[in-house]
Write a protein that binds this ligand. Structure first.
Ligand SMILES: *Cc1c(COP(=O)(O)O)cnc(C)c1O
Length: 404
């Protein structure tokens, strides 16, 4: 796109005369030039003022409306495109909106899609309700299905495969590169929800996946206080479809939120390094604890999916699961309630540690519904891992006592 000219040429000049009400309307307009700060300016604008009548409908040379294209949002899109090695990135007001926005941009009535059974639960809700209403059929697959078998299950109407690796809650790894390689000649699009890999630990587009989604809400934001999602693609045609989808469905994100995401991006590699090493330290400690059956963390040597993680990832995030020795729900609740440093709450990717019980959510799945004991998910934050381990040790003592 050609660089856009300043829209504010007309706005300088002497202050307006007239009554105070009129002068207050004209006062305090955007300056023509801005001091250069380290980050982009946060522009707040729905209306964009044009320099003359001819430019009102001159979309080729002027930004004419503020839903897209303001400074902080554009700076974030450029930064994310660099991170993901993408031709471009579209932004959405949440991670779920990125998922729904991207799918609606490329699917049509009569299409069928294959979706991992380990998908983030709201993804499943969107497929089972919204997509179904528009005549798109979803079939769930076990993420451990070999890619050749999975593609063998694809029907002539299959248009898209939606993957998440590691899977939500259960952390199965999938050979997404191989799935993409097999899907391409059959004109089946591949989409990865890469929130765990954050576009940094893993880069789906480099592995042949068509669209990389992430909830920027998690590691890019990094402070559990801002919602946003992104879709990245290396294919100019798909980028046009994603941009059209944003235009048609009216998504917009605020300059303040885009700025917060850019701020988070600066420190994301540093934070992820700490989340990753602390997470592995806690995971290794849990693996040896008598109350723990299995640790679900692909970066842990010997754990399920470790070979694929090692092949494709440059590090680990701080999110993983573990299976407790069998015990009643009351004992699980007592374990969680005993924790001091782990907040009990959904979402993750912030500086703080969090814990949830997962069994309740597994009931909505088709295939991966149960484990030998209660399933717990931890997010390891930026605290000292020794303190987190001490907290978990106290909680597991309570669990052991309550199991009877
Ligand atoms: C949190 C999450 C989302 C959704 O992000 P929101 O910004 O909360 O809507 C999507 N996918 C995964 C894997 C997530 O963990």
């Amino acid at each position: 796109m050609a660089p856009r000219k300043s829209n504010t040429e007309r706005l300088g000049g002497p202050p307006s005369t007239g009554s105070e009400a009129t002068r207050l309307i004209r006062a305090g307009q955007a300056p023509e030039t801005l001091a250069k700060t380290v980050g982009p300016p946060i522009q707040k604008g729905s209306t964009v003022l044009l320099p003359n009548a001819a430019s009102l409908y001159d979309d080729a040379n002027y930004l004419t409306y503020g839903r897209q294209g303001l400074a902080a949002q554009t700076a974030l899109q450029d930064a994310l495109a660099g991170l993901e090695n993408a031709a471009g990135v579209t932004l959405y007001p949440s991670g779920v909106a990125a998922l729904s926005g991207a799918l609606l941009a490329v699917l049509k009535t009569g299409d069928e899609i294959l979706v991992t059974d380990a998908a983030y639960k709201p993804t499943r809700r969107f497929c089972d309700h919204a997509l179904k209403r528009f005549g798109v059929k979803t079939t769930y697959f076990d993420p451990r299905t070999p890619p050749e078998t999975l593609l063998g299950e694809a029907a002539p109407a299959t248009r898209l495969i939606l993957m998440e690796s590691p899977g939500s809650l259960s952390f199965e790894m999938q050979d997404m590169a191989r799935v993409a390689e097999l899907a391409k000649p059959r004109d089946i699009l591949t989409v990865a929800d890469n929130t765990w890999g954050a576009g940094y630990l893993y880069k789906p587009l480099d592995h042949g996946i068509d669209i990389a989604l992430q909830a920027l809400t998690k590691y890019v934001g990094g402070h559990s206080d801002t919602f946003m999602g992104s879709a990245a693609t290396a294919d100019p045609k798909l980028l046009r479809a994603l941009n059209d989808g944003v235009l048609h469905l009216g998504w917009a994100v605020s300059g303040d939120d885009a700025y917060q995401m850019l701020r988070g991006l600066r420190t994301m590699p540093t934070r992820l390094a700490r989340h990753g090493t602390s997470g592995l330290e806690v995971a290794a400690w849990l693996r040896d604890h008598p109350m723990v059956g299995e640790v679900l963390h692909p970066a842990l040597p010997g754990a399920a999916g470790h070979d694929l993680w090692k092949r494709d990832y440059i590090g680990a995030s701080g999110l993983f699961g573990f299976v407790l020795q069998p015990g009643p729900q009351a004992a699980v609740d007592a374990f969680l309630d005993e924790l001091d440093l782990f907040g009990l709450g959904f979402s993750w990717g912030g500086f703080e540690s969090l814990a949830i019980a997962c069994d309740h959510q597994l009931t909505s799945r088709k295939l991966l519904r149960s484990y030998p004991g209660p399933l717990i998910r931890l997010h390891i934050g930026l605290e000292d891992p020794a303190d987190l381990i001490a907290d978990l040790a106290r909680g597991l003592d309570v669990y052991a006592a309550r199991r009877g």
